[in-house]
Design a protein around this ligand. Structure first.
Ligand SMILES: *Cc1c(COP(=O)(O)O)cnc(C)c1O
Length: 463
């Protein structure tokens, strides 16, 4: 399996080099040259596998044997030993048509742990076996940073610097990042919003000389390994459905921001997982909903919502989908991305738009509807949704047809976003690792929304 860039000018890259490259050298994103197929018979054989075993099966289709099986197995087992649920991502039945896949049982209580616990182990392995210097640089709307730091803190041969928007992440997210005082961790708190942080990071990675000199590695969902690790739980969710679900259409609703998680679902579907609709759930930052409904992809006004991890206007993984929408034509992708930069918008029309609408359904959920959904499920089903998951459930309600099954991904534990929950007079109990955070001292450096200042701090830290 080789990896190529969505813009067509990087080809023939191996699996480990794909991990190390992050953003492709031509500014595009790396994708597999071909998507491996999983037939119905194989899928049936996978039904009895644990999450870890399924992970190995799926990765073995993509790694070209670059990591010996025994080593990969050890990395996977170590990655998921930190999860509080033995199933890693258990599927809960809420009622006859709704299931929730709980992805928040990792160290930082959000779905990003699933991929980032593994990437932490993988980078550490690459550092040990290839002697590569690993300097991770990332931007976060809150959860990526916490999960990335949890994945690499204290690991030999790795340093990590994370930018987060000052005061615009939840209290628990901020504490999870800034109470880590390992010497290999630097938290930069940027006086701007998430898109500002992401722009600075994109520019630094775009400077190939700088990227090579300081050995910059990505942790954001532009890294294909994150996408692939997330693909595993689409299979895992589907295979956990009970007998009674057989023969019914299964839709999956995904709280979305950077289009990473939902793109993993698109990949799973292309591999042959027989799912119906992929439902993109967003909040009032609804660029993706507008794209699916009208074909226009155009960043709008940034809104602060109850689900801050989805407060994103420029979805960095969107280009991966665009690549398939444009029939794997790298030159066409490069042209559209240039158009996005110069015109501030791109559009899918006619046949293209019809394909978008066959691939996805979408709903942008208002703050009011988000809270109402949390209240309703707490009252009627005795299940407490976090505000991101609530957007997913609201989108499921809007798009799941009669007789169909909807699996909504629970991307965070409600305790992580008590700011929203407490508006509803719902009192929740905090898991011990979360309540313990407020006792710890915080370590972070506040910087201006300025690439030069960030760069200076980086050089000082990475050396
Ligand atoms: C990151 C995050 C999302 C959005 O995921 P994308 O892969 O960026 O689409 C949704 N919910 C939570 C809780 C998150 O942390």
């Amino acid at each position: 399996m080789e990896y190529i860039s969505t813009r067509g000018n990087v080809k023939g890259i191996g699996f480990i080099d794909t991990v190390l490259m992050g953003l492709a050298d031509d500014g595009g994103l790396l994708v597999p040259a071909e998507i491996p197929a999983v037939d119905a018979e194989t899928l049936e054989e996978w039904r009895s596998l644990s999450f870890q075993e399924l992970f190995l099966k799926i990765f073995s289709l993509y790694t070209n044997g670059e990591i010996p099986e025994e080593d990969l197995k050890e990395l996977v087992n170590r990655s998921y030993a930190s999860f509080r649920d033995p199933q890693v991502a258990p599927l809960r039945r809420i009622d006859d048509s709704l299931y929730v896949l709980e992805l928040f049982h990792g160290p930082t209580f959000a779905f990003k742990d699933v991929a980032l616990q593994f990437i932490g182990e993988l980078y550490s392995y690459i550092s040990r076996t290839r002697g590569e210097i690993i300097h991770i640089l990332g931007a976060t709307s809150g959860d990526t940073g916490a999960a990335a730091i949890a994945g690499v803190r204290g690991k030999e041969g790795i340093k990590i610097c994370i930018l987060h928007p000052n005061g615009k992440v939840s209290k628990v997210q901020e504490l999870q990042m800034t109470t880590v005082d390992d010497a290999n961790v630097l938290n930069l708190s940027v006086q701007g919003n998430f898109d500002d942080c992401q722009r600075i990071i994109k520019e630094l990675f775009g400077d190939l000389e700088f990227k090579a000199k300081y050995h910059l590695r990505a942790i954001n969902s532009i890294n294909f390994v994150r996408i692939l690790a997330q693909t595993v739980y689409y299979f895992h969710a589907f295979l956990q459905l009970p007998e009674e679900a057989k023969g019914r259409t299964v839709n999956i609703s995904v709280p979305s921001g950077n289009f990473g998680n939902i793109f993993s679902g698109y990949l799973a579907k292309k591999m042959g997982l027989p799912i119906g609709k992929l439902i993109i759930a967003t909040n009032e930052n609804n660029i993706l909903e507008r794209f699916v409904k009208t074909g226009e992809y155009k960043p709008g006004e940034f809104a602060q919502t109850h689900s801050p991890s989805m407060d994103i206007q420029v979805a960095s993984n969107f280009e991966r989908y665009l690549y398939y929408l444009l029939n794997e034509d790298g030159a066409a992708v490069a042209e559209r991305m240039k158009e996005l930069q110069t015109e501030g918008r791109i559009a899918a029309e006619g046949e293209e738009l019809r394909r978008v609408q066959a691939d996805f359904a979408a709903l942008g959920v208002t703050n009011g509807d988000c809270l109402e959904t949390i209240a309703k499920y707490s009252r009627e089903k005795g299940y407490l949704l976090d505000p991101h998951t609530a957007c997913g459930v609201a989108a499921y309600e809007a798009h799941n047809g009669a007789g169909e099954i909807g699996i909504t991904f629970a991307t965070a534990h409600p305790a992580k976003f008590d700011e929203a929950i407490s508006l509803l007079d719902i009192r929740q109990e905090f898991p011990a690792p979360i309540s313990a955070l407020s006792e710890l001292p915080q370590v972070q450096t506040i910087v201006d929304n300025d690439k030069a200042e960030v760069t200076a701090r980086l050089i000082e830290f990475f050396g």
